[in-house]
Write a protein that binds this ligand. Sequence first.
Ligand SMILES: [Fe+2]
Length: 469
Amino acid sequence: MNTDHRLGFSPLEGEFELDALPVEGSMPMWLRGTLFRNGPGTWGAGRTRMRHWFDGLAMLHRFGFHGGRVSYANKYLRSPQYLHVQRKGRIGYGEFATDPCRSIFKRLTSAFSPQFGSNASVSVHKLAGRFVALTETPLPVEFDPETLQTVGVIEYEDNVQGIGTSPHPHNDPKTGEAFNTITHFSRHCSYKIFRIAAQAGAPRREVMAEIPASEPAYMHSFGLTKHYVVLAEYPLVVNPAKMLLTGKPYAENLQWKPERPTRFHAVNKESGVLVGSWETEAFFAFHHVNAFEKGGEIVVDLLAYPDDAVIQDHYMDALLSHEAPTAAAELRRYRLRPGGSASYEVLTGEPLELPRINYDAHNGRDYSYVYGIGQNRITQGWPDRLVKVDVRNGSTRTWCEDGCYPGEPVFIPAPNGQGEDSGVILSVVLDTAAGTSFLLVMNASSFTEEARARVPHHIPFGFHGQHFG
Ligand SMILES: [Fe+2]
């Protein structure tokens, strides 16, 4: 039996549309709507190859639910990068860790006025009424939710300058507006916090706060409480002048400076006023889990790594060459005290990544449950289990099966459900023995399987998804 997880790093060339997947178990009849997932479909780019897991060409997957049936479709995002690869047989734009090998002149030109390939392979959101795929470069790519066809790159109706943004914008539960950050690289670098109105139409970013940064940090996500946008500024930084001169891809300009602190910043989301900054020990995180205000403190839960090794672990050479360990993230709760100190506690001993919560009911509020993918904490092999953590007491439940490698668990609340965990989680699982993937439907409360719907091929390891009812 072949149980090599590296099947998840092999390409899926075909595009399919299937009306009904075979279902085992009992699919909840209340489950409706669509789960969109995003991730790389291939790391090949004509005659060249992408160097990093994060750089593969974006592929969208769509699971539709109706009356106990599950439909499926997948399609490559026709981003400028994808179209360039099709036309020229090589990449045309820089990615996180892959360089298009341009001349020095072209490198300098593009560094001064960057062009984006918008290979939006990380997440899916609804922005100003439009379905979009997102990555860490600023321009979203709109797609048709029925056909998955690419509509096009969305140009914002503003002049906000910046390069690195978060593929994890937050929605304000009251206004529906989206909050996000963007890093502006120049002689005077800064993090800009902006919002986008929920109303349908041409999206426009309104910058509400700007925090200066001499060497900007790599920040993949942030937190949103009732009153504050919370940034964690890690000592994983870029020297902007050096980046301009080297012309190397972004990831190779990142420097881990553990002698520096990690800084939290809290910005009032109405006034834009920076209400506090806190210094704590050096760590790095991709993912905030949740943040909320309690007893005069700002509580920030996130998945912390002791250093930046996880970025090196995700180069394709490392991922494909051997059974290398993958750095494990720790679920930490930071408490930021007004005018005072910051400290943390570890909420569970289980490593965790790709965290999800009952977002609509509990983001920005006190909560109990986080779901994520987990890994063997001794061998630190590729994540092979789903984990549910009760953050109130650190207790955990897990799901795993031989040769199976689950992806991000997305929580869907049951209609009229009473509890925070009343609903299901959906996870795309790679079944290496079968050589295919299936969509796993778990009862989020008991953390037991309810059903699975099998896809006739494997789905490469992806990142994030979103369910729309
Ligand atoms: Fe992410």
